[in-house]
Design a protein around this ligand. Structure first.
Ligand code: 15L
Length: 268
């Protein structure tokens, strides 16, 4: 079994991966700043801050790959985002370089491109959605993608950035009928990012095979991602409860949805 270091392992996505990656042949070294509530058989636990480079080098030693999830997973103040998200991404990449680990998977987010408008028909490709962050959180994901690019070009690492949509147990808003990434597909996506041969620097959307998707999955599928789930099974109930989505509403017309609305400002 190949050993993968997962940072932010106690979080929402970390917990999903800890459940699913072992079945895909990965042994886990799970790092979080808080102890895991449930260390599983065969799992190594590291309690450390992903923003501590010395601790990250220790934790990365002997791993074949790193999945970096640690960080604040939504909008916050600039000092918090800067010191937590940007610093830990640097440490994940720098620790990989220093220990000779060549594959890093980074949990980016759709919010790196949040102000990108929905195309007038058709699907939005990653290459047509350059950085356009909707929040300080989105800026930290742009920095993540930029750092990943640097470590590929300068040091020859393979770095796959996942622009994750809405990774929840099930969709709870009508926007998420288009942006949902199911737990099972989260595992498939990360496994594909870990195993794709020589991806170099790749940026791919992370969504399920939703009927209402408007983010193109061609690039993700080319890396080996085969999504199985579709949020459409929740559509009738969500639309009955919340109303029919209006495509002109900014929540549905921009990649970042509600993060692009003024009331989402961290200072409000
Ligand atoms: C994200 O990046 C967040 O981590 C998550 O909490 C959701 O807000 C998600 O994006 C989304 O866009 O639904």
């Amino acid at each position: 079994m190949s050993l993968v270091l997962v940072t932010g392992a106690a979080g929402r996505i970390g917990t999903v991966l800890r459940g699913g990656l072992p079945e895909r042949g990965w042994a886990l070294r799970s790092l979080d700043v808080v102890p895991l509530p449930d260390v599983r058989p065969g799992e190594e636990q590291v309690v450390a801050d992903a923003g501590d480079l010395v601790a990250m080098v220790d934790a990365t030693e002997g791993a074949s790959a790193v999945v970096h999830l640690a960080g604040i997973s939504g909008e916050s103040t600039w000092p918090a985002i800067r010191s937590t998200n940007i610093e830990s991404t640097f440490c994940a990449l720098e620790a990989a370089r220093l220990t000779g680990v060549s594959r890093v998977v980074l949990a980016s987010s759709n919010h790196a491109t949040g102000y990108t408008p929905r195309p007038d028909g058709g699907l939005l490709r990653e290459v047509d959605a350059p950085p356009r962050p909707d929040t300080y959180y989105g800026v930290s994901k742009v920095a993540m993608e930029a750092l990943g690019s640097l470590y590929v070009d300068r040091y020859g690492l393979d770095v796959v950035c996942l622009r994750i949509g809405s990774a929840f147990a099930e969709p709870t808003t009508t926007r998420q009928l288009a942006t949902w990434l199911s737990p099972a597909d989260t595992v498939s996506l990360v496994d594909a990012a870990l195993t794709a041969p020589s991806p170099g620097f790749s940026v791919i959307w992370g969504v399920s095979a939703n009927t209402r998707n408007w983010w193109d999955l061609t690039a993700a599928r080319a890396l080996g991602y085969e999504p199985q789930d579709d949020a459409e099974v929740y559509a009738e109930a969500l639309i009955e409860a919340l109303g029919t989505p209006d495509p002109a509403d900014p929540v549905h017309a921009r990649v970042g949805g509600e993060y692009t609305l003024a009331e989402f400002d961290a200072e409000n």
